[in-house]
Design a protein around this ligand. Structure first.
Ligand code: IMP
Ligand code: MG
Length: 172
C-alpha cells in the first residue's frame, strides 16, 4: 500500500464548498437556533470551519461512534462510544459528518437521534462515496462526491494519520 497522499480536493475548493453549504444552511435555518452534532473525530475540522461561515447562533455537540477497527473498511456494526451532552427534544438538529461511505454510520445515528424527538433532523456531509451506499441515505447538504478510494486530510484520518493535511487526498 502506497501511503503517499495524492491530491483530490484543494484547500481552496474545500473553502468554497464550506461557504456554499453555510449559505444554504443559513437560508434554511433563518430565525432558528440549530444544534449541530458532529461525529467524532473526523468532522471536527469541517465543523470548526462550518460554524464560523454560518453566522447563525448555533450550538454544537459531538458524538463518538465506532464501526471501524484499524482497517479501511467498515465492520458494519455501529456503536455509540460517547453520547450527547445536550437534550435534543424539540431542537432543530443538523448532523455534521466528514464522509459518508456505506451510509451505515449516519443511518444508525439518524435512527438513534430520531427516537429522542428532535423538531427536525437533517444531515450535512462534506464528502460522499455515493457508489458505496449499502443503505438509503439522504444527504441534505453535501460538499463533494468522491470516488471509491480511501480519502484523508481536512480532519479525515487513516489510522489517526493525515488529519492535519489542508487538502483532501487519496491514499491507496
Ligand atoms: P460508513 O458507516 O461506511 O458510511 O462510514 C462512515 C465513516 O467511516 C466515516 O465517518 C469515516 O469516519 C469513515 N470512513 C469512511 N470512508 C473513509 C475514508 O475514505 N477515509 C477515512 N475515513 C473513512
Ligand atoms: Mg467519521
Amino acid at each position: 500500500m502506497s501511503r503517499q497522499p495524492k491530491l483530490l480536493v484543494t484547500q481552496k475548493k474545500i473553502n468554497e464548498a464550506v461557504a456554499k453549504l453555510a449559505a444554504e444552511i443559513r437560508r434554511d435555518y433563518r430565525g432558528k437556533q440549530p444544534l449541530l452534532i458532529g461525529i467524532l473525530k473526523g468532522s471536527f475540522v469541517f465543523m470548526a470551519d462550518l460554524i464560523r461561515e454560518l453566522r447563525l447562533p448555533v450550538e454544537v455537540d459531538f458524538v463518538k461512534l465506532s464501526s471501524y477497527g484499524s482497517g479501511t473498511r467498515t465492520s458494519g456494526k455501529v456503536k455509540v462510544v460517547q453520547g450527547l451532552k445536550s437534550p435534543i427534544k424539540g431542537r432543530d438538529v443538523l448532523i455534521v459528518e466528514d464522509i459518508v461511505d456505506t451510509g451505515l454510520t449516519v443511518s444508525f445515528l439518524m435512527n438513534y437521534l430520531q427516537k429522542k424527538k428532535p423538531a427536525s433532523l437533517k444531515l450535512c456531509a462534506l464528502t460522499d462515496k455515493t457508489s458505496r451506499h449499502r443503505v438509503p441515505v439522504t444527504i441534505d447538504y453535501l460538499g463533494f462526491t468522491v470516488p471509491d478510494k480511501f480519502v484523508v486530510g481536512y480532519g479525515i484520518d487513516w489510522n489517526e494519520k493525515f488529519r492535519h493535511l489542508r487538502d483532501i487526498c487519496i491514499i491507496d
